[in-house]
Design a protein around this ligand. Structure first.
Ligand code: PGA
Length: 248
């Protein structure tokens, strides 16, 4: 059985002080969680939030990582820098990175391998745009993102995949539970083909895109959906806690 994983993606929200206040509110609310709970915070929040999370069941995540060990990469952060603060997960290839910062399947692939080599668990994001969905290209786009983005992976279950239809992110439009389940089922099938059927059965695939306290139960009840990557609703402790307790 795959253990569900609910991860908050704070994006560019919360200063370190605000982040500490948020996780201090969150800790008691999710202490009884049956799933893995993660918060992916801005780089500058990492030291303080890491300290605040000590002894809790909430794991720390970052929102990006560079592929080089070190060197002349102004503005970037290495895997070792994240590891030093106890970061466990790192989001890679979020659609906002692909859309606004020139991230490609090739750079996603390099970042993923660097993260794994350092012992971080990548949360690799894939997903189609509205135009791609409407013109019937969803499976084609996802196939390329998997083939190129995850190239060279020995065991796909070493990562977490987040299926985030771009048209559902921050828009209040959620994929229907059936749509999300069907597409995640396709991603799993593709992973079985490209990697191996056994590891495709094991890999955790999250849904992301306007998941909230109201719709999480229905989405999480779907057999293919193993968790959520939550943007907006992860910024409020009560809302995020309700998602963590999706089955209550
Ligand atoms: P959202 O963001 O929940 O605000 O739609 C999800 C994400 O981009 O990871």
């Amino acid at each position: 059985m795959r253990k569900p994983i609910i991860a908050g993606n704070w994006k560019m929200n919360n200063t370190a002080a605000q982040g500490v206040a948020l996780v201090n509110e969150l800790k008691p609310l999710v202490a009884d969680a049956e799933c893995d709970v993660v918060v992916c915070v801005p780089f500058t929040d990492i030291p303080a939030v890491s300290e605040a999370l000590k002894g809790s069941n909430i794991a720390l995540g970052a929102q990006n990582v560079h592929f080089a060990e070190k060197g002349a990469y102004t503005g970037e952060i290495s895997a070792a820098m994240l590891k030093e603060y106890g970061v466990k997960y790192v989001i890679i290839g979020h659609s906002e990175r692909r859309q606004y910062f020139g991230e490609t399947n090739e750079t996603v692939n390099k970042r993923m391998h660097a993260a794994l080599a350092a012992g971080l668990i990548p949360i690799v994001c894939v997903g189609e745009s509205l135009e791609e969905r409407e013109t019937g290209k969803t499976e084609q786009v996802l196939s390329v993102q998997i083939e190129e983005g995850l190239k060279g992976l020995e065991d796909v279950s070493a990562i977490v995949i987040a299926y985030e239809p771009v048209w559902a992110i921050g828009t209040g439009k959620t994929a229907t539970a059936e749509q999300a389940n069907e597409t995640i089922g396709f991603i799993r099938k593709k992973c079985a083909e490209v990697f191996c059927p056994k590891c495709a059965e094991k890999v955790r695939i999250q849904y992301g895109g306007s998941m909230n306290a109201k719709n999480c139960k229905e989405l999480m009840a779907m057999p293919e959906i193993d968790g959520g990557l939550i943007g907006g609703a992860s910024l409020k402790a009560q809302d995020f806690s309700q998602i963590v307790h999706y089955n209550k």
